[in-house]
Design a protein around this ligand. Structure first.
Ligand code: ZN
Length: 309
């Protein structure tokens, strides 16, 4: 039976927080192996496109792996082709299935948690919400799976990793890779934006100018902050960002409040769209009418702006 310690290497905030916390600890818990898995995170339905992204990402992390002197274990799996399910619903089981092939080597395996333990819920949205019991049930007499860094919020994880220099060169939080096949952060998607806003509030933004396009982010920041203010009670990560703004006593620009109007209308339009698809027939008719009205107004507004400029 092996006695080694491993964790998955994804180079996101959760993954780096797990790694950083287990490099200088007791030998029994110190990371000796990074697994790099093709089990859905590079394309949830698998296939050659996902495999080529997996290989490109593997190449992009090779420098970090050699700097740390930790052995990589790439695992190329066809589980996604067989499963044909959304990655977010099943990632815990997929990744653990790969790691279970290494039971003769690994005694302890850290699975980076996406949410703090008190966010636990049994939901179809994301298997990360109930990692704790899943990992416990999937542990065997040979390998124990731990839900790592589940005591931290997302903001706390970003703050912790901002003290780990390799993240300035290797942090990769973006989901847009799957559609572009390019190994870089897009700097404008929700995952990039929430990380960048947090870094800016922590006054660490400039440290990350090699892995993010700071100018592209700056153009979208006020709009994103307006969205965070509007959905802070429904979205955990937005709530954390608004809390951070309050704790740090940061001033919110009046432009952010102005953005709340178009962003609020857009969020309402999206909600209507969902009602159209899921609600009862009378609701769908009302929603379709309101949405058509909103789209006409938006079209007219855009034409008017184009004419003026
Ligand atoms: Zn992105």
């Amino acid at each position: 039976m092996g006695n080694a310690v491993g964790t998955g290497l994804l180079c996101g905030a959760d993954s780096f927080c797990t790694i950083y916390g287990h490099l200088e600890c007791e030998a029994e818990y110190r990371i000796q192996y990074f697994t790099f898995l093709n089990a859905g995170s590079h394309g949830e339905y698998g296939g050659e496109a996902a495999r080529s992204i997996y290989q490109a990402r593997l190449q992009s992390v090779s420098q970090f792996v050699s700097e740390q002197g930790i052995s990589p274990i790439p695992v190329d799996s066809n589980i996604s082709e067989l499963l044909q399910m959304k990655h977010q619903l099943t990632h815990t089981v997929r990744n653990v299935a790969c790691a279970l092939n290494l039971q003769k080597l690994l005694r302890n395996y850290y699975y980076a948690s996406a949410y703090r333990f008190d966010s636990f819920q049994l939901t179809e949205q994301d298997s990360a919400y109930y990692d704790l019991p899943t990992l416990s049930m999937l542990s065997t007499e040979s390998t124990v799976f731990y839900s790592a860094v589940s005591r931290y919020t997302r903001v706390e994880k970003v703050e912790i990793i901002s003290g780990f220099e390799p993240t300035y060169r290797y942090l990769h939080v973006c989901n847009s890779l799957s559609s572009t096949s390019v190994v870089r952060n897009c700097s404008v998607c929700d995952k990039c934006m929430r990380t960048l806003v947090t870094l800016e509030l922590l006054r660490k933004l400039r440290l990350y100018d090699r892995v993010f396009d700071i100018d592209a982010y700056t153009l979208k920041r006020n709009r994103y902050l307006a969205q965070a203010l509007l959905i802070r009670r429904m979205d955990q990560f937005s709530g954390e960002i608004v809390d951070l703004i309050r704790r740090r006593k940061c001033r919110i620009s009046p432009i952010v409040y102005l953005y709340c109007v178009p962003v609020g209308v857009e969020l309402l339009a999206k909600k209507l769209l969902r009602m159209m698809q899921e609600g009862p027939r009378p609701m769908r008719v009302v929603a379709a009418t309101l949405l058509a009205f909103y789209r006409s107004v938006r079209r007219l507004a855009r034409r008017s702006v184009d004419r003026d400029t």
